[in-house]
Design a protein around this ligand. Structure first.
Ligand SMILES: [Zn+2]
Length: 259
């Protein structure tokens, strides 16, 4: 049975710096394929401390949605660990936007690029396969960082990860048909000049996509102070759609989005 485990749920620099929530990534297991999304600071540690244990040597792929620190700092060590320190040769896939790999300041070190079997550049209009999972990137609007949300299709359903982005009316339609919709909701209220979703914008998103289950994560201080669990409950009542707030270590099993 597939599942998504939130190793970390921090979403703004202050929350990350103080580790009020962990800033580790999200572990996704579907039809036996294991992926890690956005390995921020502490991802390796949170994998090792996970109960039941998560074994990063067994990962098939790592997806980097964009280059910001809270999404990418552990990518280098995780590439090495995914390949089991390179003992059996190259292993695993890295999917990342071009500016994580090229240009002035790539976040993926060149010397670790010998570990994955392949490195794929995320781009609008392309699709990628890892095991039984088909990955479709969706271009987001997130400052200068080239950023992609992802849709994962597998025999266990369609999962959408709406990562960091400014709200745009055309964006929810791209996630049509998702059974599970995970949204990075940094702010309680829409804030001009901040390229992140706020709670009402996440609500609009969920209302349009109508997933079987929506999970809010990647919280900033305004969300944490307002108690994400209560906000999610209120949103569930308002929309008539099940909405949960992620906590560090939360595991969401496939039966919750397949039922
Ligand atoms: Zn970001």
């Amino acid at each position: 049975m597939g599942f998504v485990k939130f190793l970390g749920t921090a979403g703004a620099r202050y929350v990350v710096a103080k580790q009020l929530r962990y800033s580790a990534g999200t572990w996704i297991e579907l039809s036996g394929t294991k992926l890690l999304l956005d390995p921020g600071p502490g991802t390796l540690l949170r994998c090792r401390k996970s109960r039941p244990p998560l074994d990063p040597e067994k990962l098939h792929g790592i997806i980097l949605t964009h280059r910001h620190l809270d999404h990418s700092t552990d990518v280098n060590v995780m590439l090495e660990v995914m390949a089991d320190l390179g003992q059996g040769g190259r292993k695993g896939v890295l999917l990342a936007p071009r500016d994580c790999l090229e240009g002035e300041d790539p976040v993926v070190l060149k010397y670790v690029r010998k570990y994955p079997e392949r490195i794929e550049v995320l781009e609008e209009g392309r699709e990628f396969g890892v095991g039984d999972i088909r990955i479709t990137p969706v271009r987001h609007l997130h400052g200068d960082a080239e950023t992609y949300g992802v849709i994962l299709d597998s025999p266990e359903g369609r999962l959408g990860f709406v990562v960091d982005t400014k709200f745009a009316p055309e964006l929810p339609g791209r996630y049509a048909g998702c059974d599970l919709l995970v949204l990075n909701v940094v702010r309680l209220k829409p804030t001009p000049g901040i390229d992140h979703l706020s709670l009402p914008e996440a609500g609009e998103f969920i209302k349009e996509v109508r997933p079987k289950l929506a999970v809010l994560t990647h919280f900033g201080m305004t969300m944490l102070r307002a108690k994400p669990r209560e906000l999610a409950l209120k949103l569930s009542e308002d929309l008539g759609i099940q909405v949960m707030a992620a906590e560090d270590g939360l595991t969401v099993e496939a039966r919750l989005w397949r039922g």
